[in-house]
Design a protein around this ligand. Structure first.
Ligand code: F6P
Length: 538
């Protein structure tokens, strides 16, 4: 079956236009329009987005906007904000935007306004976070809590760890934060080896409270605490659950009075502003946390209301579609020039790739075009001395998102100016390159000329904000959430399910008992041989 997207006139128009654009070079596009750098930029919620170095013309943008209209992007946004069950394969609404809306806002699911419950949980989180921060919440033996360990994986880990690292300069430095996610016991052992159980609080974060990795780590945490404190009653003072599943929380042995809830209309990878953000709130305090939520909300409102030609997430999403489907890119490199954002690319990987890594449309038809791009990246300038070579001179087209801030949290001249000089230089080098004539003019020996040529014409965008604050971080994450939504709307996939994680989970459940028994094996010959080898050597 052919899917409808590639049959659309707007898609075909883009294909035709892309053929014409193959000969266009960013050098020429800038020469033709001296104001291009000012024109192809948009600002929202404290983020300035320069997309002038993308390989687009006004015609490209018009064609992409026409595609967005043809794909019903506006109606799809309205359906999400309206609480419709757009996650049809799980029969769920998708309302992470409600989590950051202020008091007085209204979001309705199944005829019920969810906002009172959202703020009830936020208020409970605030009270709890404050009591940990001011020392009024103490451990079982009366000692102050000094360590907070978040145990979770995927969306129950990546948001919290990314946000903690990003906002460390706002965090209470008297408290130590650790994040345990991997079922590899090394993660738990290393995270707890120097901590005192009397002073340690575990946040068991799991939407389902059934995830194998998290439950295994939570059980180890329980044993670690009981081993030191010797009394079941200690659990209430050292464990908090963050989940949608009260029954499983109770079964695990955590009093549901120590539970912070959320709802099935919050997807795991969209949950960092739900109770899953408790570690962030304990770290930076409820007021700063509210500033972060306000940053998210400002971008949510911009996405919901701005016309698409000025709509930052919509443009970012459409440019991703353009680069993947019409210019042949496969990936997007996200390159934050800020060490505090070291885990931002990892966070985006789940957000983008678990959302749009899909091969069928919402009605189950196989797609005949590229869906979700691969997101990857590392902080600059480190990447410059590692993989940028391939981006500059390799055979693959890798669009880059640079993220940078005008002000640093540290006055350590000349570091910040050098950092910014580098990010600007990279975007410039990628776009404009260096011709053979320019290389020769530098006196380069002829044999070396081809090696020193930079073809240029490599697309990038730069997100420039004043400072990495809680609000800026919120706006930045919401920007990518909605860019991912935009891409999903064009691809006509459901960005909110993740059936692709199921098969591996089921097979691991089958294999686990086989590793420690001598049972007959019924896998393929490769898997059987590997299991036998493990059995013999474990
Ligand atoms: O296996 C994938 C996944 O379901 C993610 O979507 C989710 O973020 C992660 O596992 C963790 O799930 P939970 O919060 O239920 O433990």
């Amino acid at each position: 079956m052919t899917s409808r997207l590639t049959e659309r006139a707007t898609w075909k128009a883009l294909e035709k236009h892309a053929t014409a654009m193959r000969g266009a070079h960013l050098r020429q596009l800038f020469a033709d329009d001296p104001k291009r750098g000012e024109r192809l930029a948009v600002e929202a919620a404290g983020l300035y987005y320069d997309y002038a170095k993308q390989r687009v013309t006004d015609e490209t943008l018009q064609a992409l906007l026409a595609l967005a209209d043809a794909c019903g992007l506006r109606a799809k946004i309205d359906a999400m904000f309206g609480g419709e069950k757009i996650n049809a394969t799980e029969n769920r609404a998708v309302l992470h935007v409600a989590l950051r809306a202020p008091k007085g806002a209204s979001f309705v699911v199944d005829g019920e306004d969810v906002m009172p419950s959202v703020h009830e949980v936020l208020d409970a989180m605030s009270r709890f976070a404050t009591s940990v921060r001011d020392g009024s919440f103490v451990g079982f033996s009366g000692k102050r809590i000094r360590n907070v360990v978040n145990v979770g994986i995927g969306g129950s880990d990546l948001g919290p760890v990314m946000a903690y690292r990003a906002l460390r300069s706002y965090a209470d430095r008297e408290l130590t934060f650790r994040f345990v996610s991997n079922v590899d016991g090394t993660d738990f052992a290393e995270a707890t080896r120097d901590l005192d159980p009397h002073e340690t609080l575990f946040l068991i974060a799991s939407k389902t409270f059934t995830t194998q990795e998290t439950m295994t780590n939570a059980a180890s945490a329980r044993a670690w605490v009981l081993n030191a404190l010797g009394d079941e009653a200690a659990i209430a003072k050292h464990f908090v659950a963050i989940s949608t599943n009260a029954a499983e929380v109770a079964k695990f042995g955590i009093d549901t009075a120590n539970m912070f809830g959320f709802w099935d209309w919050v997807g795991g990878r969209y949950s960092m502003t739900s109770a899953i953000g408790l570690s962030t709130m304990i770290a930076i305090g409820p007021e700063r946390y509210r500033e972060m939520l306000d940053g998210f909300h400002a971008m949510d409102e911009h996405y919901r209301t701005a016309p698409f030609e000025k709509n930052l997430p919509a443009l970012m999403g459409l440019l991703a579609v353009w680069n993947q489907n019409f210019l042949g890119a496969q990936t997007i490199a996200v390159l934050p020039y800020d060490q505090y954002l070291e885990r931002f690319p990892a966070y985006l990987q789940q957000l983008a790739m678990e959302s749009n890594g899909k091969g069928v449309t919402r009605d189950g038809t196989s797609v005949s075009y590229e869906t979700g791009p691969i997101y990857w990246g590392e902080p600059g300038t480190n990447g410059q001395h590692s993989f940028y070579q391939l981006i500059h001179q390799g055979t693959k087209l890798i669009p880059c998102d640079f993220v940078a801030f005008c002000r640093s949290h540290h006055t350590l001249p000349p570091h910040h100016d050098l950092l910014i000089a580098n990010v600007l230089a990279q975007a410039e080098a990628l776009a404009f390159g260096k011709t053979a004539d320019e290389v020769r003019a530098e006196g380069t020996a002829e044999a070396l000329v081809p090696h020193r040529v930079f073809e240029g014409n490599r697309p990038s965008a730069t997100i420039f904000a004043d400072e990495l604050t809680p609000a800026t971080l919120g706006a930045l994450v919401a920007l990518y959430e909605h860019s991912v939504f935009t891409q999903g709307a064009i691809f006509d996939v459901n960005p909110f399910d993740q059936w692709g994680v199921e098969l591996g989970k089921a097979l691991a459940k089958r294999i686990a008992p086989e590793l420690t028994s001598q049972s007959e094996l019924g896998h393929d010959s490769s898997t059987n041989t590997l299991i036998r080898r493990y059995r013999a050597r474990r």
